[in-house]
Design a protein around this ligand. Structure first.
Ligand code: PMP
Length: 328
């Protein structure tokens, strides 16, 4: 097996075609006239995008920002891959004028599932839309993302996180070429074995109900989990969950509520500011809010683990809530 495909690139044209087809079925991203770059998961593409958008700043480092609560890798990567071209500046509200500002926008957001939009708009502001969760399993799809740079991943589409495959959809050719160069110098492109695996998965998706079946299944599964979790928490005064919004969904052709990948649970009692600790003592391991640059009064609970894991979570939460009612 050589490095490249017959056309000399290391991006499988067949896989690229299937990705475009899938987006056309779902209606979550405009791909016409756009370039596609592959990465080892979206993780590799996030930094490739920062690199590409910050190049050529004439000696002024681009600032990188995100709005809390946000997925921590944006900061960790930006700091770790420190460069003269870019610098992490903190929360979006802390942006410093001068040069380019790159804003990470996670939509739906990890951890709270909100359909975020870029806060900063204007010629010097560039947004990287992380669309890991922009699939009908987790959210209504109000419109196809028509933006400059959006990143998707197999990890939250089929659950094959360990296969390490993601893709970026890029409008600007210069940005695309810089991202390609970044991938070339990093790893000489994504493993062809991985690409073959991803192609097989997408072909399987497309063969079932014209590509719709997986989303009907994913939505039903996530909706039922979200409703179970919400029902348990609804009778509690000690805990609360985030509100979720409803939108018209172009995929399902009706108004739908979000069915998020994570519960963003809050401890309401004044003295329980360490919500992570409260849950841990009850045998529930979430991720403390401070991981996402919020406070530990919130904890992220995953709804995308195995069914057994999810059932255990609901069971343990139910015990906590029942104990609270016994106290009353
Ligand atoms: N972005 C977000 C918002 C995520 O939640 C995750 C995974 N938890 C990633 C990116 C990384 O995914 P990948 O496996 O594609 O690298």
């Amino acid at each position: 097996m050589g490095y490249s495909f017959p056309d000399g690139t290391n991006i499988s044209p067949e896989l690229e075609r299937h990705i475009r087809q899938l987006h056309a079925v779902v209606g979550n991203a405009v791909t016409e006239g756009r370039f596609i770059v592959f990465g080892a998961g979206s993780t590799q593409l996030l930094n490739a995008a920062v690199h590409a958008l910050s190049r050529g700043g004439g000696g002024v480092a681009a600032g990188v920002v995100a709005t809390a609560p946000f997925y921590p890798i944006y900061e960790l990567q930006t700091e770790y891959f420190a460069s003269v071209d870019f610098q992490y500046q903190g929360d979006t509200s802390l942006w410093i004028a001068g040069g380019t500002i790159i804003e990470f926008v996670t939509s739906p957001n990890n951890p709270d599932g909100k359909l975020n939009e870029a806060v900063l708009k204007g010629p010097n502001f560039k947004a990287i839309y992380d669309r890991a969760y922009y699939w009908p399993h987790f959210t209504p799809i109000p419109a196809a993302d028509d933006g400059e740079l959006k990143i998707f991943t197999l990890s939250k589409l089929t659950g094959h996180a360990g296969s390490r495959f993601g893709w970026a959809i890029v409008k600007d050719e210069d940005v695309y070429n810089k991202m390609l160069m970044h991938m070339q110098l990093n790893t000489m492109g994504v493993s062809r074995d991985t690409q073959l695996r991803a192609l097989k998965l997408l072909k399987t998706i497309m063969a079932e109900g014209g590509g719709r079946t997986i989303f009907d299944f994913g939505y039903q599964t996530m909706k039922s989990r979200w409703e179970k979790l919400r029902k348990v928490v609804s009778v509690s005064k000690r805990f609360s969950l985030q509100d979720v919004s409803s939108h018209y969904c172009v995929f399902s052709g009706r108004v739908r509520e979000s069915s998020p990948a994570y519960g963003w649970l809050k401890c309401e009692r004044e003295e329980e500011s360490d919500c992570y600790g409260v849950l841990k003592a009850a045998g529930i391991i979430g991720r403390g809010g401070s991981v996402f640059y919020a406070t530990d009064r919130n904890v992220r609970l995953s709804l995308i683990k195995t069914r057994d894991d999810f059932d255990l979570l609901v069971d343990k939460l139910q015990k906590l809530v029942s104990a609270e009612q016994d106290e009353e």
